[in-house]
Design a binder for this molecule. Structure first.
Ligand code: HEM
Length: 131
């Protein structure tokens, strides 16, 4: 591990990383525990708030494409639509739709976004492999 780039990164990036990791952990807990309980709802709202921070901070992070939005912002767009969609679905009792959207966000959004961050040239690649 070479953690220096992590400490030198802008505060916004640090907040983004901490919240993204929290979202991975809380999301895993959510998938493992019983659904529909008061804990499911509490953890669910906490997860939604954390994802809003992850997606919100990402809007201001534009180093990969010289100040413009990059391909990585596809994950932001996915979150902007799927997160309210999943809440709307459960509010009208569409459990399968809620489940599908949340799984898409967790696997398609969070997990794949996390794998993307390990590509050469990116911050976490430098943290893990140096250079
Ligand atoms: C565990 C999951 C995630 C981790 C560890 C992570 C980490 C990072 C890091 C370290 C950066 C700084 C740029 C770089 O890598 O050099 C970054 C940028 C970014 N992340 Fe994430 N992220 C995660 C999830 C997400 C999610 C879920 C979204 C969308 C909602 C997202 C959207 C972005 C965007 C748009 C950028 C800016 C890319 C650019 O500069 O053009 N990330 N992320």
């Amino acid at each position: 591990m070479f953690p220096e780039p992590l400490f030198q990164a802008p505060l916004l990036t640090q907040i983004h990383i901490v919240c993204a990791i929290l979202a991975i952990v809380l999301g895993a807990v959510q998938f493992l525990k019983r659904k529909g309980t008061s804990w499911h709802k509490r953890i669910g709202w906490a997860w939604v708030a954390i994802m809003v921070v992850v997606a919100g901070t990402s809007l201001f992070m534009r180093d990969l494409n010289e100040g413009q939005l990059s391909i990585t912002h596809a994950f932001t767009i996915l979150t902007v639509f799927a997160l309210p969609g999943a809440i709307y679905a459960i509010r009208k009792g569409a459990i399968l739709q809620h489940r599908a959207l949340m799984m898409m966000l967790y696997i398609g959004g969070l997990t794949i976004a996390a794998v993307f961050t390990l590509m050469p040239g990116r911050l976490l690649h430098k943290v893990l492999f140096g250079g």
